[in-house]
Design a protein around this ligand. Structure first.
Ligand SMILES: NC(=O)c1ccc[n+]([C@@H]2O[C@H](COP(=O)([O-])OP(=O)(O)OC[C@H]3O[C@@H](n4cnc5c(N)ncnc54)[C@H](O)[C@@H]3O)[C@@H](O)[C@H]2O)c1
Ligand SMILES: [Zn+2]
Length: 352
């Protein structure tokens, strides 16, 4: 599987960690830093360290979790870079899930007006989604990714054996983005996913999923148009994710929330954008195959609508959607009314 060529960098797939070693040997970096969280330090760092030998690096470690993707932890990263004597010819290797690749990318893109960084994503979600496309960022005041930059990494290295230690919920969460890539761009990929469960995912599917994300972001790096199709399932999904984070004891993970969004937004796609009834049923079945029912309740609706109205992607107060016109093709900038959104949430309740 040859490297996938992105905007101005490559996504290495085969022997990717050896490729990272070659990359570092070719560039003459003054210092190499590796950013990990305490989980990837245990599960992934030893593998990386072994392959990079004898290249020396300084380690920066943060606590895992979205709640740490903030300016305080970012300052911690900048401070460590300073303390270890990073200069503009240093490189940061981000070894972790989307929290690490987003925050490390942001820290590197702003430190001394920008130093090189590469992504070594270790979750399914970060391999097929977060590490490709050049969006870096941190959260503030519970608003996700509100501070950030568009900065491309120097390269991305995908090592799928890292996924072996990922827990089931995290694997299922990342798998939702794979389903999304099929739904918005590649009906053949979607057909393949229909018969399997997330645990069956293989390198071919992961590779194809990255290719799709890459094609879309390459065509529209700054999200002026086409890139918005990646938001399919995310208008309602994001609202549910925020709601659940605030109210649930065990909150929904990102992919679990957008999987609910797939059902609601497939309903809206059928109502508003020409998706066929049979395709709607196929989508529901596929989602039900991998995700349990969420205890959605009508009493959540006012807050969910409030969150959707405040989404940064809206224009002049209207709630914006990316909707399928068939399986494998998606349109964007479609505005739905509150009544339609409520109908789609009601529809979800009838599915389980
Ligand atoms: N930049 C983008 O385009 C983009 C796109 C999608 C998502 N994101 C961001 O990605 C983040 C979510 O990413 P995520 O789901 O990877 O979250 P994450 O980084 O929090 O990882 C999830 C958990 O898995 C652990 N983990 C990581 N690799 C592991 C491994 N190999 N084995 C065992 N455990 C491992 C982590 O320590 C963490 O506890 C969000 O902050 C989201 O905003 C960014
Ligand atoms: Zn997503």
């Amino acid at each position: 599987m040859k490297p996938i060529e992105s905007v101005n960098y490559s996504v290495f797939f085969e022997n990717s960690l050896q490729e990272l070693s070659v990359f570092l040997n070719q560039k003459n970096y003054s210092k190499v830093f590796v950013l990990v969280d305490s989980t990837t330090e245990i599960h992934c760092l030893p593998v990386l360290q072994h392959v990079l030998e004898p290249i020396k690096f300084d380690l920066i470690e943060v606590s895992p979790g979205e709640e740490n993707k903030n300016i305080d932890f970012c300052i911690g990263v900048w401070r460590m870079l300073l303390d270890f004597g990073a200069d503009r010819n240093s490189i940061l290797i981000n070894l972790g899930g989307g929290v690490i690749t987003d925050m490390g990318g942001f820290a590197a893109s702003t430190f001394k007006r920008g130093i090189d960084f590469v992504q070594v994503p270790t979750t399914l979600l970060s391999q097929v989604d977060a590490s490709v496309g050049g969006k870096t960022g941190i959260d503030m005041d519970n608003v996700k990714n509100i501070i950030g930059t568009f900065t491309q990494p120097k390269a991305v290295f995908i090592h799928t054996p890292f996924l072996k230690t990922l827990n089931k919920r995290e694997l299922h969460s990342g798998y939702a983005e794979v389903i999304k890539h099929g739904l918005i761009y590649d009906s053949k990929l979607f057909q393949k996913l229909k018969g399997i469960v997330p645990e069956d995912i293989d390198d071919e599917i992961i590779y194809r999923s990255i290719e799709i994300k890459n094609e879309v972001v390459k065509a529209d790096p700054f999200e002026k148009g086409l890139r918005k199709i990646l938001n399919y399932g995310h208008t309602i999904g994001h609202a549910l994710e925020s709601y659940s984070l605030k109210h649930d004891q065990s909150p929904l993970l990102h992919g679990e929330a957008i999987a609910i969004g797939f059902i609601c937004e497939a309903f809206l796609s059928e109502k508003r954008n020409g998706l066929k009834k049979e395709e709607l049923s196929e989508i529901i079945k596929t989602v039900q195959n991998s995700y349990p029912a969420y205890k959605l309740n009508k009493s959540f609706y006012p807050e969910l609508l409030h969150i959707m109205k405040n989404d940064k992607k809206n224009k002049s107060g209207q709630i914006s959607f990316s909707l399928l016109n068939k399986i494998g093709a998606c349109d964007y900038d479609i505005y739905c009314t509150e009544e339609e959104i409520i109908e789609s949430l009601d529809y979800y309740l009838t599915c389980f």
